[in-house]
Design a protein around this ligand. Structure first.
Ligand code: HEM
Length: 492
């Protein structure tokens, strides 16, 4: 072993206990005292170091999606889509790329139950030969709001009351009563699939619209969808209460145990693509994240499969320190003008610099597996071994060059500066269509959940009427049912 290249790792464990600086510890049971009863001497460096490490064990939890479980595996291309993208990891059927995946709940703390009604995160990090591609999605294909400006307020309303630290419906329904664009998302959240049975039995979606670009520079909008091969299963309320009451980590355990038993979870990846030339033909805006694209007009196209066949070795290193970011794309994949995606592009790496430190991309789970190089250097906790003398660019002493260019969307952007909502809001059609697609029993459970939520005694008559009016605009019979059970008239 080259002593100067040594990095802390359990592969280099010594057979005896040592301090962090490697000095042997001859007694890990008793503090160093004056006599047998004490007091303790400050010079017991090992004791001080041990307590100081313990005192700093926790790092800030994620501001959202704090509760999660991760696993590793691979993504394999099954269908050729090189006519759509020049992404190297999608270059031909059979190509495999290592991945790490983190599933999560959204609102509650790191140790909260996994049986609550809440969206689930579905984040996949592809360690490609052209850098990491993070597909940071959810289990539902749409989102509550379409402009990231509203995200912090939205999260505040969904999180526990800052005074009581209890999540309360009156706060949630007050906030969203100002945002009818949330209706579509609520047809997922208040539906049976609002509590997935576990992480293996749920779908995933990239949610935002991205773009794919092929070698010739042709751009297509794209939406990503994961479908589990073992089917979608959910928990009804009484089942969730029972499971959550006995094991508040049931989904993490299910994932871990399945992989340990060799029953590897698998999802198929599908895409929907749309030529931007036809984006005006729809009654909705295709880059509006509150909308789905009708599958009968824009069919699902198979791309590949995701197999999780390896449990993580260490929860802290491969879950707490794991950092996903929607801005991490690879050549052949680009963003769209989706306003929510544009805000996400900023927010994730920003929070990670705070949560994990400025060199968080050097942490093993986050670092690319491909060779990489730039002149960003130093900063807190920088542990990259470097011995170059030229740390600037360009230089005649260091021949590091630019990479080959790759195509990015060639669209010409024009417009005057403004702060406005998109033109085609169309907030009620897709939620109504979705409600009407439910069986009568499923509709009844949906109605009951709304009646329960809107019965919160702190909700005003005005807020209840607004909600009934929203649902009435989505579907008349749904509006009428809610109006009669809540004894309110829709506010038009
Ligand atoms: C403007 C809107 C949004 C903002 C500002 C935002 C912000 C954040 C932040 C700050 C985190 C914590 C990241 C960390 O500490 O590592 C996070 C996590 C996450 N977000 Fe968002 N988010 C937004 C919308 C969305 C949407 C639409 C989705 C689904 C497509 C989503 C999916 C996730 C997932 C899956 C995680 C957890 C990643 C992990 O497992 O570490 N978020 N988000």
């Amino acid at each position: 072993m080259d002593p100067y290249k040594y990095r802390p790792s359990s592969a280099f464990n010594s057979p005896f206990m040592t301090t962090n600086s490697g000095a042997p510890i001859w007694n890990n049971n008793n503090s160093l005292t004056v006599g047998t009863r004490g007091p303790i001497l400050l010079e017991d460096y090992h004791l001080v170091e041990k307590l100081a490490n313990f005192d700093r064990e926790r790092i800030p939890e994620r501001v959202v999606h704090a509760r999660g479980a991760s696993a590793k595996g691979f993504f394999e291309v099954t269908h050729d889509i090189t006519h759509l993208t020049c992404a190297d990891f999608l270059r031909s059927p059979g190509v495999q790329t290592p991945v790490i995946v983190r599933f999560s709940t959204v609102i509650h703390e790191r140790g909260s139950p996994e049986t609550l009604r809440d969206p689930r995160g579905f984040a996949v990090k592809f360690y490609t030969r052209e850098g990491n591609f993070d597909m940071v999605g959810n289990n539902f294909p749409v989102f509550f709001i379409r402009d990231g400006m509203k995200f912090p307020d939205m999260v505040h309303a969904l999180k526990p009351n800052p005074k009581s630290h209890i999540q309360e419906n009156w706060r949630i329904l007050d906030f969203f009563s100002h945002h009818p664009e949330s209706l579509h998302m609520f047809t997922f959240l208040f539906d049976d699939i609002g509590i997935p049975q576990d992480y293996r039995h749920m779908e995933g979606s990239g949610v935002n619209t991205y773009t794919l670009i092929n070698k010739a520079g042709k751009v297509n909008y794209v939406k990503f969808h994961w479908k589990p091969t073992c089917g979608v299963k959910s928990l009804l309320e009484d089942e969730a209460v029972k499971i959550g009451g006995t094991n508040h980590s049931h989904a993490t355990q299910d994932l871990y145990d399945s992989i340990a038993a060799g029953n590897y979870p698998e999802w198929k990846l599908f895409i929907q693509t749309m030529d931007p030339d036809i984006e005006d033909r729809f009654d909705f805006d295709p880059v509006d994240v509150t909308k789905t694209w009708p599958e009968d007009i824009i069919p699902l196209q198979p791309v590949g499969r995701l197999v999780l066949n390896k449990n993580i070795d260490n929860f802290f290193a491969e879950n707490e320190q794991l950092a996903f970011c929607p801005s991490l794309v690879v050549p052949g994949v680009h963003y769209s003008d989706d306003k929510l995606l544009q805000t996400r592009i900023f927010s994730y790496s920003d929070t990670q610099r705070h949560r994990l430190g400025p060199n968080y991309l050097q942490l093993p789970a986050n670092a690319p597996k491909t060779a990489h190089h730039n002149n960003h250097h130093e900063g807190f906790m920088n542990f990259m071994h470097r011995d170059e003398e030229v740390n600037y660019f360009p230089s005649r002493y260091d021949l590091t060059r630019h990479a080959e260019t790759y195509p990015i969307p060639p669209v010409v952007l024009t417009g005057k500066r403004d702060k406005v909502c998109i033109a085609k809001e169309n907030n009620f059609k897709q939620p109504g269509d979705r409600y009407r697609s439910f069986t009568p029993e499923r509709q009844e459970r949906f109605v009951k959940r709304w009646v329960d939520a809107l019965s919160d005694p702190r909700l005003t008559h005005e807020i209840r009427s607004i909600w009934v009016s929203y649902w009435n605009q989505a579907d008349k019979s749904l509006g009428q049912k809610l109006a009669s059970r809540l004894n309110v008239r829709p506010m038009m």
